[in-house]
Every structure is written in structure tokens, then in C-alpha cells.
Design a protein around this ligand. Sequence first.
Ligand code: A3P
Length: 321
Amino acid sequence: TMSAAPSKSISPKDLISTLPTSSDDWCSGPLVLYKNYWLRSTVLERILLAQATIKPRDDDIILATQPKSGTTWLKALAFAITNRGRYGFGDHPLLTHHPHQLVLSIEFHGPGGDHTDLNALASPRLLSTHIPMSLLPPEMSPSSGRRVVYLCRDPKDTFVSRWHFDNKIFHGSTMELDKAYDLFCRGLSPYGPFWEHYLEYWKALATPNKVLFLKYEEIKEDSVRVVQKLAAFLRVPFSQEEESSGVPEEVARLCSFETLTSLQVNQVSVVNDHGDHRFPANSAFFRKGQVGDWANHMSREMGENMDQITKDRLKGSGLAF
Ligand code: A3P
């Protein structure tokens, strides 16, 4: 009999099989279009799982980014800031753990899909995500009172970083840069259209005191200032005493590209196999860590063209690069 099944009973796989598919592959395969975003089907599956099973808490703090805009750095900074009373800088967990092990992701948090590892964390939880704001579990969004730190980066550098990363993790199905560039500019990259992801979180700034919006470039320029800003937003501002004894500087140094890449744990190049999904090797999250590396891979014209697209897409928002 034909009965109108409630949408909740449709399995993620069945739902995904009904979605529009991109005609071009992004590395290993096509993307699917779900509520205005192009996603890898394996990623969408995990997003749907997160929506269905995560148990949000009022005091959760969400670190939201698009891949390759500095997630690893932000995780390290937020972890070091919020746990500074607990650990000394000489035996800090960041010296022996990859930042991804210390701040778990809502959608890629380890083995199994039941979120028990997230449920076991003490409050307030620091959680990270690449999920576009409109696809977050509703209770995890700034409009429901959740605090969100959003980090973004110049689209040109993010694109180049992404291209390197994806060619590394999907070895065997690599993409030419020109092809990836074309798809990215047309909005057909994972989590694309790229600019929409920025805009959704940018507009959430209208919710007072719930969103801190950061740029990779501003952390590069003055990481100590950002460390102070982040601490204030996370409601653990530095005391006068901490300021004068240089704690913000120590946090910035501990989380710097130089320090993190010097550590053995971050040089491990073995893929993390969680059984139901594979997580890229620790070392894959560190490459150059510079502003402007796009110029070593793209022509000036390609750069200008992408800048123009960025301008057009962000027009009127007040967000610019
Ligand atoms: P590049 O490929 O341009 O070097 P994500 O963490 O979101 O996956 O982003 C990875 C990018 O951030 C890579 O950029 C990586 O090198 C850079 N990165 C990682 N850790 C960093 C740090 N501590 N400081 C600055 N950049 C960092």
C-alpha cells in the first residue's frame, strides 16, 4: 500500500539516492545537492546522522569552518584557552595529541555513529563542524542561543589548500587544478557554493553576542590579539596577572604552525581508520600555513577572476577579502 511515510523513517542512504547529482566528479566521485549545498554523499550521510542523534546542550560552543580555512588552528587555540587552568605549557595535551583528538567534530567524531563519545564530554563542550548553518541540528545554531566561533579564509588560499588536501587524501583520483578551479568558481565544490557557507554564518552576527567571526589572515597578523578576543568570547578572559606574565603569548606560541608541525604526533602520516569512516592522517592538516600561497599555483588572472566572484557573491554583506 502507498502510505505517506514520515520523512524521519527514510534512511539517509535512501534519501541521498533521490537527490540531484553533479555531472562532474570532485576527486573520487560526484557530489549530491542537498538543500542548496553540494556535498559528498558520505559526508551528507554523517550530517544526517548528526542531526538525528546528537544531544545538544545549552552551553555547547561550536567552532564552525569550511575545510581548509584553519580548523586545526582554531581547535588548538580554543582548547588551549579554555583548558589553561588545567594544564601547564610543559606537559600540555597539545604536545602529544593532534588538535582533532582534543576537539571532536560533530559529524566526524570517531568510530561509530551514535555520538556516545560526544555525550561523554564534560560541559561546556567545544565541538567543531563544517556543517553549513542551515543544516546544523537546529538547537546548535546561534538563533537557538548557541555560541559559535566561525573562521573563514581568503577563498583563493582556501581553494588551493583544499586542492592540495583532496589530491592527497583521494590519491588515485587526483584533479587538475584548472578543473577544480572551474568547479569551485561555479559553486560545485564540497560544501559549495563556497560563499554561501560564509554568508550564512556572517548573517548570524545579527544575533547579539552569539557569534565570533574570525579570518585566518587576522590570526596570522596578530595571533595574540585574537587569542585575547577568543578568550573573552568564550567567557574565560585573561586576568591582568595572566596578561602581564605573557599567557596569551604562550597560547599563541603553543598553537603556532611552527610548534605544532615540530611535534611527532602531527607528523604521523598514517590514515586514521575508524571502521565506518576514514579520517585523514594527522600530517595532512599541516602544509604551508601561509597567507597568499595561491599565487604559487594560480595565474594572476585566475586570482583576479576569483576575487571578482567573491566580490559579487558577498556584495552588500559587509564581508570582504
Ligand atoms: P595550507 O594548505 O594553506 O598550508 P584546516 O585545519 O581547516 O583543514 O586547514 C588546513 C590549513 O591550515 C592548511 O593550510 C594548514 O597548513 C593550515 N594550518 C594548520 N595548522 C595551522 C597553524 N597552527 N597555523 C597556521 N596555519 C595552520
